[in-house]
Design a protein around this ligand. Structure first.
Ligand SMILES: [Zn+2]
Length: 241
């Protein structure tokens, strides 16, 4: 199984989840919410074979922590995976949109210059702003839109821009999510959980959750194993670029 956007460091007992991740051979992209959190999480998972740690700066924190912006821009030179980064236009974060746009623009510009980066991008309530910036900088980086909540039209625009999508279980339960999933090519998607922020009943989702793979297997009239294999091929095609 694969979880391409998981806050592994934020579970109540990350090492217990990690042991299970290894036992089940789950491939996890452990996104972080600040450069400081990245440093700490990297120490834990350095050299492990199932977990890739991404350098992140959650858009909601960008205005609160200006001193970490420079740190992020310096660190990003040395890392392959970035996330979570992006823009958040939800009511709670709306007032810092100008700062978020400015910083995201700087990060994407740098990603386009460096090349080879793989990005897990947050776009809640700000899909148009995110796509506008991605459209501005062409480069050899791979943007992966995590838990995409835009319209079908937005998704089509993102596909044209070369975006990938990590599909959250919650997208499989909403009408808009299902419509968006329908228009994404099967070779541009990966599963994610965004756990522990998302819950299945009373418990957080786990990185080895089967919801997205089961849903897409059914949609594409293939078996579960075959769908899982397709996702692993997709992951391979992203990381071998
Ligand atoms: Zn997240």
């Amino acid at each position: 199984m694969i979880d391409f956007h998981c806050h592994l460091d934020l579970y109540a007992d990350p090492m217990k989840v990690y042991d299970e991740v290894r036992r089940r051979r789950t491939e996890v992209l452990a996104v972080t919410t600040s450069p400081r959190a990245f440093a700490k999480t990297s120490q834990y998972f350095q050299g492990t074979d199932c977990v890739r740690v991404a350098l992140g700066f959650h858009p909601e924190l960008v205005k609160q922590r200006p001193s970490e912006k420079q740190l992020f821009l310096e660190q990003m030179r040395y890392v392959r995976f970035l996330g979570e980064i992006g823009i958040d236009g939800s009511p709670r974060a709306k007032q810092s949109i100008p700062e978020q746009i400015e910083f995201f623009d700087e990060v994407i510009h740098a990603a386009a210059v460096y090349g080879g980066k793989i990005l897990s991008i947050h776009s809640r309530g700000a899909v148009k702003e995110v796509l506008q910036i991605l459209g501005k900088y062409e480069g050899k980086y791979v943007p992966v839109l995590h838990w995409f909540t835009g319209s079908v039209k937005d998704a089509e625009k993102a596909i044209e821009l070369g975006c990938w999508f990590s599909i959250n279980p919650n997208m499989c339960f909403t009408a808009t999510g299902k419509r968006v999933i329908c228009c994404i090519p099967i070779n541009r998607m990966l599963p994610e959980t965004d756990a522990p922020f998302t819950q299945k009943g009373m418990e957080p989702y786990m990185p080895w959750d089967k919801t997205v793979t089961s849903y897409l297997a059914k949609e594409n009239s293939v078996g579960f194993q075959e769908m899982n294999e397709i996702f692993h091929q997709n992951l391979l095609s992203i990381v071998s670029r």
